[in-house]
Design a protein around this ligand. Sequence first.
Ligand code: 0GY
Length: 306
Amino acid sequence: MAFQKTPGWLDWYADPSTPRLRVPSGSVDAHCHVFGPGEQFPFAPERKYTPCDASKQQLFALRDRLGFARNVIVQATCHGADNRAMADACRASDGRARGVATVRRSVSDGELQELHDAGVRGVRFNFVKRLVDFTPKDELLEIAGRIEALGWHVVIYFEAQDLPELWDFFTALPTTVVVDHMGRPDVSKPVDGPEFALFLKFMEEHPNVWSKVSCPERLSLAGPPALNGERNAYRDVVPFARRVVESFPDRVLWGTDWPHPNLKDHMPDDGLLVDFIPHIATTPALQRKLLVDNPMRLYWPEEAMR
Ligand code: 0GY
């Protein structure tokens, strides 16, 4: 089936630069996606956007180019609750990819087990209104209870202004909870202001809450690096991400977010994104926790304990 991309869609950057940072051996890109290919894995009818194709082979090539060892492939909303493309990529990775799925209440125990066998270790609950239709909280809590039994965790995606309303639901979740992109802070506001303080309090008061310190290119208002020509790009996001890394060094993850859905202004060079890491995790010890120890503990615990 031929899919028509969303008008103005920016395709991923085909020739990323080699990062200056040599990431530690065994590093994990803990937030990335596969899209289709649409011919093989059609996009969901209820999707809010139609992306370009971004295959597992292309993802694995990027992994190798950037010097990473493993991926965590997160189900993107354009595939709805049809996890076939993500699970296929995990299965094809020789154990070097884990997955995060989207499931509905109707998912059977057998389907959950099949996803587990493919490498899935979490489900994603998405509250970003431009991406998904509303799912009742009781359905999500029921799903959380079922996946807890498999030892999985919940990944949540929301915007900073919605945290107060979602707080009671998030804090009722029985599993480890991983927040995408630091809960999308508004980086034009002060890092010490009330909005980000609430996010830090969320992490402080709930030791089961982790955060991805990813997506500076989504959060930055400072402009694309291709225009300002600096490798130290997305500077306005640095204080936020650095605060999270330094406050919770054992509960942070990092990912490229390749192939970067829904970016409007520019498509990041993934090599530059890797070079953002030393600005937010400023020592080799912090980089090792962020890129190796933490994701291994969450996604490959059987290897991390060896
Ligand atoms: C991201 C961010 C976005 C999209 C999705 O599943 C998705 O469609 O997560 C976004 O548009 O902000 O993490 O990929």
